[in-house]
Design a protein around this ligand. Sequence first.
Ligand code: NAD
Ligand code: KPL
Length: 294
Amino acid sequence: MIAILGAGSLGRLWAAKLPAGQVAFVPRPEQSAAPLRYRFRPINGPELSVQIPWLTNTESPSLLIVTTKAGDTLAALQPLMPRLPETTPVVLFQNGLGSQQRVAQIWPSHPILAATTTEGANRPETELTVHAGQGETWVGALTPAGEARLRKTVSTLAESGLSVNATPDIFDRLWQKLVINAGINPFTAILNCPNGEILAHPFYQQWIDPLCREISKLLTASGQSPRSATALREAIETVACKTATNTSSMRADRLAGRKTEIDFINGYLARLGAELGIDTAVNRMLTDQVEQLN
Ligand code: NAD
Ligand code: KPL
């Protein structure tokens, strides 16, 4: 049985795509026993009716997929990890950085892996999950035991029919996504606009170059592949143009009155700067402004 912790947009996407009958959601303590039912709209083809049971106390999952928001991940895993076999791989799907390292530090003997995905899923209605964008998923190990389970974990996830690949350096992939999220998400949340509209806005134009200079220094100082501030801005703007009409996840969280993941995006970069002695005034300013929106 594959267990999924976090029955939100991304969790429901994986549950709908993995082979029927092999998936269960991890219940919250107060959860009713009735299976979770929802409609699933794939990218192509008709809408499907999905029914997923809740994991029972006696079931021992062969894989745990974690699709909670970054800020909820530790609290969600704490009660579950003591009853999870030390051989069960745990795949963390959170955006940003910081939560993944914390999980690997707390449970270093478990096979902990991290994934980054450009698949897109949302829930325009509580009972409807939409696979909004086809992308790819990269998975890599965070602990030595995770290394040993990487191939098998990737082949299990690939049974979904989604594009899933193994990488020997998941931090490189996580950083690539972090750069994009750090350069788009806070601006869309502060300016309350779709991704493409930030580009013409004076607030974005004032801060994007100093932001990219901070991130470029952080990449080098933390041992990641060096990238110039110009290359980072180009990468950010390419994605902002490709996703011009999208509402970013941070703007969506803000509009829905949910806590954003800013603490694991620009907030992570600001904390890393403080550790490494690199000034990150722009990351701090963006973090503060987004936090004040909540
Ligand atoms: P979401 O808010 O829709 O889902 C998170 C779910 O976790 C919610 O249903 C919430 O109730 C549940 N949860 C929180 N605490 C829990 C606990 N203690 N026990 C059980 N369940 C708990 O968020 P999402 O859009 O699915 O995103 C999840 C993560 O994946 C985020 O870090 C996000 O950035 C990342 N991500 C999402 C997408 C996407 O398309 N949705 C794409 C890439 C990455
Ligand atoms: O990942 C995203 C997000 O919204 O979190 C981007 C790439 C900005 C697309 O909307």
